[in-house]
Write a protein that binds this ligand. Structure first.
Ligand code: GLA
Length: 631
């Protein structure tokens, strides 16, 4: 009887699928690249967005005028392709669920039956050789409804009619926007999942229905990470269905909340790493910092998004060309989307020339997709180096401070030999210079110098993996409890000024995998041996590394000297297309780095796995020292 009961239970479990639910070991090699490659983002998107110029006061003529300027000025020919509507386009949601366009502002959307359609609008953009972007929210309601309730062009009608976000309508809205209306790009905000709790004054006043918040910008523990991720996965699935040719771009806009830094790369094409940029220098520092230490989380198909360009306003207007140039150069270095936020009808030529700098556009759009790595770091000054597809480098010298400064660039920063000549080409002036070992530059306050650099590499027959973040994906980075990042500049925020206690450290991926540094920003070191090159990651991690055709992988592995735990042992394993190629002895902190060399000829996917059995791994940084692909 007992046996029959058990057998019966097993059959029931099998039928329900529960018996198959044994969790997969996340550190087991898969032989696959798990970061997103769906959608159209082999390089970061370029284009224009209405928000920084017009906020909700947007209309068809303003957008089309900027679109025409993009074509007529030659920016389109240089790669600016997307013309994106931000908030302000909607009228209301009809009782049957269909979204209606605000036809008094977008007259071409008028239809005889009143249903409205953006098809004529996207047709116009497509006929100009451009692509069209639209904007929505993952919740029922929007950002401006919560934070700018007196702004123009907010949705109108009853409580239900003003629910214009995707919540409960994902399938239908995506099919309408992409299938019927012909959009190519969608930005999805998260205010609807954040600002409409029971306690919201607008909810209390009966303006909107309550939606228990799934996101809390200030608290990871109060964000429902699996629920938010699942909704974005649902959107992605709908986009794939609505775009059989794969021509879509999914932009996540939840400002680094809900630990999106760890999963956006698997779902979307770009993902905001911070709250909104404002036209202030110190705010640029904040937004830049949220992306700059995340090169291993950007790859062809999925990019960090420190927000749109604010060139044209405030401290980035034509009276601040130094700052405006820095903004553009920095965004290009970190492979950020280049989305112009200026009213192009009135943008002075000096700023148009910045947008049109072909040499910097090429740095942003380099097909290798290696986000720049910090080669020198301080609060005042940074040096960023990006490895380009042809093996040469781009380097930016970034004076963050308000004082003029003198800076030294070394061949070592570039991972080039210091006994040979290095040539530099200034990407603003085209001027060339040469140096050996090191050279000095004077920089004005807030100035960024940016060069292409070429010379014999330190590794004559290959590259350090930290030079190639575009092919390294931290599929499992070992972070189990996300922590705020103390390295991000904390600006006085324009909308609160000095009310309250000020900006707290933001969540942006502290503890995640790093190039040439430990997860907590320290120099890589194993038993006193320092590594200027290498991958720093927490134990219980798995890195996927594409192999574009190298024959050998060489590395020295060990537990970083900064680990607080000296007892736990870490075993390092290298897999090639799921086959175990090499494994280390179990290593504790203080054990010398163990060299590993494996043949990876013909292998497509290398996986670097570091296992530390036992409880607790939060502070166990490990080192893939000098990890390199060689011929
Ligand atoms: C949020 C986004 C901005 C913009 C506004 C629109 O704040 O972060 O980029 O889209 O909403 O209301």
């Amino acid at each position: 009887m007992a046996i029959r009961t058990l057998a019966g239970m097993a059959a029931m479990l099998l039928a329900s699928g529960i018996a198959h639910a044994a969790p997969r070991d996340p550190l087991a090699p898969t032989g696959r690249w798990s970061a997103n490659t769906a959608g159209r983002a082999a390089t970061p998107p370029m284009g224009w967005n209405s928000w920084n110029a017009f906020a909700t006061d947007v209309d068809e003529e303003k957008v089309l005028a900027s679109a025409r300027k993009i074509v007529d000025s030659g920016l389109a020919a240089k790669g600016y392709r997307y013309v994106n509507l931000d908030e302000g386009w909607w009228d209301h949601r009809r009782a049957d669920g269909r979204m209606l366009v605000r036809a008094d502002k977008f007259p071409s959307a008028r239809t005889a039956d009143g249903a409205t359609s953006f098809k004529p609008f996207t047709d116009r953009l497509h006929a100009m050789g451009l692509k069209a972007g639209i904007y929505t929210d993952l919740g029922r309601n929007t950002c401006a409804q919560a934070y700018g309730p007196n702004e123009p062009n907010l949705p109108r009608g009853s409580v239900l009619e003003r629910e214009v976000g995707l919540y409960g309508h994902i399938e239908r809205d995506i099919a309408l926007y992409f299938g019927d209306w012909g959009f190519d790009y969608i930005k999805i905000d998260g205010c609807g999942l954040r600002a409409y709790g029971e306690e919201s004054p607008l909810v209390r006043a009966g303006r909107h229905r309550a939606l228990p918040p799934l996101l809390d910008l200030d608290s990871i523990t109060r964000s429902n990470i699996p629920a938010v991720r699942a909704m974005f996965e649902q959107v992605k699935a709908a986009l794939v269905r609505a775009n059989p040719d794969g021509d879509y771009l999914l932009s996540l806009c939840i400002w680094g909340s809900a630990d999106v830094r760890s999963w956006a790369k698997d779902v979307g094409n770009i993902s905001r790493t911070s709250d909104d940029i404002t036209p202030h220098w110190t705010r640029l520092l904040t937004n830049f910092d949220t992306a700059a230490r995340r090169p291993l989380y950007a790859h062809p198909g999925s990019w960090n998004d420190p927000d749109m360009l604010f060139i044209g306003k405030g401290e980035f207007d034509a009276d601040h060309l130094t700052e405006a140039r820095s903004h553009f150069a920095l965004w290009a270095m970190v492979s950020a989307p280049l989305l112009i936020g200026a009213d192009l009808r009135t943008t002075p030529q000096s700023l148009m020339d910045i947008f049109g700098n072909a040499a910097l556009i090429a740095i942003d759009q380099d097909p290798a997709g290696n986000q720049a790595v910090l080669a020198f770091d301080s609060d005042d000054f940074q040096i960023l180096v990006k490895t380009l597809a042809n093996g040469t480098k781009a380097v930016a010298l970034f004076n963050r401070s308000a004082a003029p400064t003198e800076a030294i660039l070394t061949a070592q920063h570039l991972k080039l030999r210091d006994d040979a000549e290095v040539t530099l080409t200034d990407l603003w002036t085209g001027a060339g210079t040469r140096f050996r070992k090191e050279t000095r530059f004077k920089l004005a306050p807030h100035e960024t110098l940016v060069f292409r650099a070429a010379g014999p590499r330190l590794l004559a027959d290959g590259f350090y993996l930290s030079e190639l973040p575009g092919i390294v994906n931290p599929a499992v980075d070992g972070v189990t409890s996300p922590m705020p990042d103390p390295m991000i500049h904390r600006a006085v925020v324009a909308w609160t000024n000095t009310r309250g206690a000020g900006q707290r450290p933001l969540y942006a991926g502290w503890g995640g995998a790093q190039a040439d540094s430990t997860p907590y920003g320290r120099e890589l070191a194993v038993a006193g041996r320092h590594f200027t090159a290498g991958l720093g990651v927490l134990a219980n991690s798995r890195l996927e590394v594409r192999n574009p055709g190298y024959r050998r992988l060489t590395v020295s592995v060990g537990v970083d000297d900064s680990a607080t735990d000296s007892a736990r042992r870490v075993t390092f394993a290298v897999y090639g297309d799921r086959r175990l190629l090499a494994t280390s002895a179990p290593l504790r902190r203080g054990a010398v780095a163990q060299p590993i060399e494996v043949n990876v000829t013909g292998v497509k996917m290398v996986e670097l796995v570091a296992r530390a059995p036992g409880a607790g791994n939060e502070r166990l940084p490990i080192v893939w020292g000098d990890a390199a692909y060689r011929q």
